[in-house]
Write a protein that binds this ligand. Structure first.
Ligand SMILES: Cc1cc2nc3c(=O)[nH]c(=O)nc-3n(C[C@H](O)[C@H](O)[C@H](O)COP(=O)(O)OP(=O)(O)OC[C@H]3O[C@@H](n4cnc5c(N)ncnc54)[C@H](O)[C@@H]3O)c2cc1C
Length: 471
C-alpha cells in the first residue's frame, strides 16, 4: 500500500497524456489527470487509508464513457480498474499502469413492481435501492451500510440482514449490463453469455466493467430487528449463550455476535460513546411474538439495552452502526467451519475483556440456512461454506494505528486458524489475496477460462483478481 507520507509528484506522465488523447473529446464524463485541481478528490476512495495513484481517473457518466475508456486504455497499453465507492480499495495495490474508472456518475434506480425487480446503475449505493424498493413494499438484499456500492457488493457475494433466509445477493442478480475488455457493451443473463453471467455472480469485477445490474426484490415491508447490549465484561457468557442459541434458530433469523469498543468521540451517540460492549444484533422475518419467544434465553441474561422490535426493512441499514461516510479502516475477515466452545474461548482470549484489543469491532456473523452452497441456484459463488463469518476492523488514521490493527488481525486469524473454513469471503477480505484463497480449485479453473475468453490480456483489474487461464 502507498502511504500518504511518500513523496508524490502530481504531474501527468506520458501514459496519462497518451490516454487522454486516445479518449478524445467526446466523453460525457470527466477525465482527471495528475496535477488537475480535483485530482485528489477524484482518486480518493471511501477507504481513506488507501492512497490511490492511478495514471488517470475517469468519472464516467454513461455506458458509452465506460466503453470509450476501456478502448482508449487498451489502445495505449493501460489497464482499467472499475471502482464505485472504494469500500474495498485496499487489495487493489499500485495503480501505476491503470486508469481508475469511477462509476459514481452512473446513477438510476428503476423498480419494476410487477416483476419484483430493480435495475440499478453502477454508481448506486444500497441506501438508494432500499429506499426506492420500500416505497412500493419491496426489499433488496442490501449490505449493512447505506453507502456500500450495489455492484461491488453484489459481484463479491453480498451477506445481508436477510442472508440466512434469502442467500447471497449475488444469486439474486437477474441480468448484468457489462462492458468487456473489447470495449463492447452487452447484457448478459442466464440465456445470453451464460458463462459470463455465471462468472460475475461471485467471481467479482475481473470480467468487465458493469454499467448496471438487474436485481430481484422481495415482498418484505417490516422485520423484527434490533440489538441487545451488555458490558464487555460479560462477553464470555453472552457469546457462549448466543452461539448455542444460533444452533436452535430457524433460517428466518440472521444474527451477529460482536464486541464493540467505541472511542470517546462526539460522532458516537451518548449511550454508546466511550463504552466497551458485547452485543447481539439480529433481524428476524418471524412476527414479534415468535421472535420474542426465541429471545427468552438471551434476554434472561439481562441486557443493559434492548432495541429489538418491529422495524421498517429499509431501516436495517442503521442496525450495524457502520460509519456513515468515508474513513480510514483496517479490517479483515475469515470463515469458520465450526464454532465449538474451544474456538470461542480461543477467540475471547484474543479479543475479550482484559485484552489490549485496538479494534473497534470484532464480530461473528451466523451463516447457514439459505447461505449453504447450492441451496439457491446461483453463479460462481452460490453460498458460503462456513458456519460463521468473522470480521474485525478499526479506524486507523495513521501508520501506527494501522500497524497495531494488523497485529490484532493476525492474532485473531492465528487463534481461529484450527476452525478456519477453506475459502475466504471476498467482500470481507481487505488484503490482497491469491485467487486460490477465495475459490475452490474447480470454480477457480472455470473462472480463469471465462476470464481468458473475455479478457485474455488481463486489461480489467479487480480488487481480487482472477488471472486468465494460461497466464
Ligand atoms: C462499512 C462496510 C460495511 C459493509 N457491509 C457489508 C455487508 O453487510 N455484507 C457484505 O457482504 N459486505 C459488506 N461490506 C463489504 C463490501 O461488500 C465490499 O467492500 C465491496 O467490495 C464493496 O463494494 P463497493 O462497490 O462499495 O466498493 P469498491 O471498492 O468500489 O469495489 C470493490 C470491487 O468491486 C468491483 N467493482 C465495483 N464496481 C464495479 C463495476 N462497475 N464493474 C465491475 N466491477 C466493479 C471491483 O473489482 C472493485 O475493486 C462492507 C464494507 C464496509 C467497509
Amino acid at each position: 500500500m502507498n502511504t500518504p507520507t511518500d513523496t508524490y509528484v502530481r504531474i501527468p506522465g506520458e501514459s496519462a497524456t497518451l490516454f487522454a488523447a486516445a479518449l478524445g473529446e467526446d466523453t460525457e464524463g470527466t477525465v482527471v489527470l495528475p496535477g488537475d485541481a480535483d485530482w485528489d478528490t477524484a482518486r480518493t476512495p471511501w477507504q481513506l487509508g488507501v492512497d490511490q495513484r492511478p495514471v488517470a481517473v475517469v468519472l464516467a457518466r454513461s455506458p458509452d464513457d465506460v466503453a470509450r475508456t476501456v478502448r482508449a486504455a487498451g489502445e495505449v497499453g493501460l489497464r482499467v480498474a472499475p471502482q464505485s465507492t472504494g469500500h474495498n480499495a485496499n487489495p487493489l495495490g499500485p495503480l501505476d499502469d491503470t486508469v481508475l474508472l469511477r462509476t459514481a456518475g452512473l446513477g438510476g434506480v428503476e423498480i419494476d413492481v410487477e416483476r419484483r425487480a430493480a435495475r440499478v446503475g453502477a454508481g448506486v449505493v444500497w441506501g438508494e435501492v432500499s429506499d426506492a424498493a420500500a416505497e412500493v413494499g419491496l426489499a433488496a438484499l442490501a449490505g449493512s451500510a447505506r453507502d456500500v456500492g450495489v455492484v461491488g457488493y453484489s459481484l463479491g457475494g453480498g451477506v445481508s440482514w436477510l442472508a440466512r433466509s434469502h442467500g447471497l445477493a449475488t444469486n439474486q442478480i437477474l441480468a448484468v449490463e457489462i462492458v468487456t475488455a473489447d470495449g463492447r457493451l452487452r447484457r448478459v443473463d442466464s440465456d445470453h453469455d451464460p458463462d459470463l453471467f455465471w462468472a460475475v455472480r461471485g467471481g467479482g469485477g475481473s470480467f468487465g466493467v458493469v454499467t448496471a445490474l438487474e436485481l430481484r426484490l422481495f415482498p418484505i415491508r417490516e422485520v423484527v430487528a434490533g440489538t441487545l447490549f451488555w458490558p464487555l465484561e460479560r462477553a464470555a457468557e453472552v457469546l457462549h449463550t448466543w452461539r448455542r442459541w444460533t444452533a436452535t434458530v430457524p433460517d428466518e433469523v440472521t444474527s451477529i455476535g460482536r464486541l464493540l469498543r467505541f472511542p470517546p468521540v462526539p460522532d458516537i451517540p451518548e449511550p454508546l460513546r466511550g463504552r466497551s460492549l458485547v452485543a447481539v444484533e439480529l433481524a428476524s422475518l418471524l412476527d414479534a411474538a415468535a421472535t420474542n419467544d426465541l429471545l427468552t434465553q438471551l434476554r434472561a441474561l439481562g441486557p443493559e439495552m434492548d432495541t429489538v422490535g418491529p422495524t421498517p426493512v429499509e431501516q436495517l441499514a442503521q442496525l450495524h452502526m457502520d460509519p456513515p461516510g468515508p474513513v480510514p479502516v483496517t479490517g479483515d475477515g475469515l470463515q469458520l467451519d465450526a464454532l465449538p466452545d474451544s474456538a470461542l474461548d480461543a477467540y475471547l482470549d484474543v479479543v475479550g475483556p482484559g485484552t489490549d484489543m485496538p479494534l473497534l469491532t470484532t464480530e461473528l456473523r451466523h451463516l447457514g440456512g439459505a447461505l449453504v452452497r447450492g441451496r439457491i441456484e446461483g453463479g460462481a459463488v452460490s453460498g458460503l461454506d462456513g458456519q460463521f463469518l468473522v470480521y474485525s476492523g478499526g479506524i486507523t488514521p495513521d501508520a501506527g494505528s494501522a500497524a497495531a490493527a494488523h497485529v490484532a488481525l493476525d492474532a485473531i486469524a492465528s487463534a481461529l486458524a484450527p476452525w478456519s473454513a477453506g475459502a475466504l469471503y471476498g467482500n470481507f477480505s481487505e488484503s490482497p489475496r491469491p485467487a486460490a484463497a477465495l475459490y475452490a480449485a474447480d470454480t477457480l479453473e472455470r473462472l480463469r477460462q471465462v476470464k481468458a475468453a473475455h479478457d485474455p490480456h488481463d486489461r480489467i483489474r479487480a480488487n481480487h483478481p482472477i488471472p486468465p487461464a494460461g497466464s
